[in-house]
Design a binder for this molecule. Structure first.
Ligand code: SAH
Length: 348
């Protein structure tokens, strides 16, 4: 059986582990510091731990389990990694530079089963869930790179391949680990979970009262259009989804972000902006407009720039806060599963 990743332990779980090894609880904190503050790559480097604990850790857990297959740096500073997991599966992780800090975009699954018609990550279906440790390791890997320039990961978005709420426990375990004050200390408010809109999981997340930001991929303002683009809409239609979003806002006080990818001729008319504004009018939210990224298998083109602007202006006119997502790393295959898809194509 595969050994569990050391990055997958929350601090309380690690305390339990050391207790079972007959060690005092404070050893767990020491390990956490080595993992997340010193960012060592080998248990042997944890020099203040007793030798026998170090060898038990090395025998029963894994530390660095990912291999960097490709890394690409774009002119705007965006860095994209293609990472190989222990079983040969590949995922993408991206570091994005903003004026407010560095954010990392992590994957939560290998592939995805949500079937959105415009997305590259779902082309081959779901391969498997990532473990919490594999999600955490992506951030540690990025932090190690940023260490060279004395920078830190200040925020994380769960917007890489996969549907985080379809891998709920691992995604929440991830949040617990990276927000721990003994670890990477990333504030809950600086973590965004992006979802296609799995309604029961949104309620669950709200009830667990996490302070994380919820981003919902809405992408259309009527059920007919949305169901064509996103099969999930047949299970949870727009109004059902918006009820869950309202509940999330009421429970957490966190404004919802809605993602809306503009696809030429599909969802980008001024009337669509008006319908969207009507749907969202009484919900504290923010709309993030994304010019759709080209996916060769998908034959979709983006809305012209002036029409994107007009769409955003119409939302603003109707009192809906909207921004157009700044494109990052467009000179490298930085968008949504492109690097992995590109590699898969080359393999064929
Ligand atoms: N499964 C989650 C998170 C991963 S995708 C979700 O769907 O929200 C992150 C965002 O990128 C989502 O809003 C998704 O709809 C969007 N996206 C996927 N493919 C895209 C493309 N080709 N162009 C623009 N946005 C895309």
């Amino acid at each position: 059986m595969l050994k569990p990743s050391l990055y997958g332990f929350t601090l309380p779980q690690l305390e339990e582990y050391v207790r079972q090894e007959g060690q005092p609880t404070y050893r767990a904190k020491q390990i956490f510091h080595w993992l997340y503050q010193q960012r060592v790559q080998d248990v042997e480097e944890m020099t203040d731990l007793p030798k026998n604990l170090r060898s038990t850790l090395a025998q029963t857990t894994l530390l660095c389990s990912m291999k960097e297959l490709v890394s690409q740096k774009s002119q705007d500073g965006t860095i994209k990694f293609l990472l190989e997991l222990h079983d040969g599966a590949t995922i993408e992780t991206v570091i994005m530079r903003h004026d407010y800090g560095n954010s990392v975009c992590v994957s939560t699954q290998v592939g995805c089963k949500m079937g959105c018609k415009f997305c590259a990550s779902t082309l081959g279906g779901l391969v498997r869930n990532l473990t919490a440790g594999e999600i955490v390791e992506q951030v540690v890997l990025c932090q190690r790179l940023l260490d060279r320039t004395h920078e830190r990961v200040s925020s994380v978005v769960l917007m890489g391949s996969g549907e985080p709420l379809d891998n709920y426990d691992a995604s929440i375990g991830f949040v617990d680990i990276v927000t721990d004050p003994e670890g990477l200390k990333i504030g809950q408010r600086h973590i965004t979970i992006s979802t296609v809109g799995l309604v029961p999981a949104i309620y669950r997340l709200a009830d667990e009262m996490r302070g994380i930001t919820l981003a919902v991929s809405i992408h259309a303002a009527d059920d007919e259009t949305r169901s064509k683009m996103m099969p999930v809409n047949k299970a949870y239609d727009i109004l059902t989804l918006l009820d869950a979003c309202r509940y999330y806002y009421e429970k957490t006080g966190r404004r919802i972000t809605f993602e809306y990818a503009l696809i030429n001729g599909h969802n980008d008319k001024i009337q669509d902006a008006q319908k969207l504004a009507k749907l969202l009018q009484s919900l504290p939210c923010h709309v993030n407009l994304i010019p759709v990224n080209y996916v060769p298998e998908r034959d979709l083109t983006r809305t012209p720039q002036d029409q994107i602007r007009a769409f955003a202006n119409e939302l603003e006119r109707l009192s809906i806060n909207a921004t157009v997502r700044r494109e990052m790393g467009s000179d490298i295959a930085a968008a949504c599963g492109q690097l992995r898809a590109q590699q898969a194509r080359e393999r064929i």
